[in-house]
Design a protein around this ligand. Sequence first.
Ligand SMILES: [Zn+2]
Length: 143
Amino acid sequence: MQKHDCEAHTVRKISTKKNPYHFVESGLPNVFLVGVHYSECVVCGTYTVRFKHFIGLMERLKQAVIESIEPLTPEQIRFLRKMLRKSSKDFAKLVGVSPEQVSRWMSRRSVPSKSADRLIRILAQEGTPVKSSKRTDRIVLSV
Ligand SMILES: [Zn+2]
């Protein structure tokens, strides 16, 4: 790839229902966003996303996970743990299981009991909201 000025080849786009933005940065595999503004270099495909309400978006995602009727997946557990800003070890302590147990959930060797699943959701719901002390509203990705 020849060196070029991405800025000079940038087009602005907005994700649509037909062509939604796959929000892989969320850590969840199945999140697609409509109405995301992003700039894309037509030469190398590098794109820049600017989320206007990143914290609010993550909170809405958290709510969607908490309210889902299916058992929590490992990705969803990790997502909720991160929203709680807990290490794996502290998260295990909080839920009242061993770190090994959490590790088994993550590697799909075991699934949380119904009560553990519910407890994780309640903890996430009650959890301290994410503070906006760190700048996280701009994510730059090379693809
Ligand atoms: Zn480029």
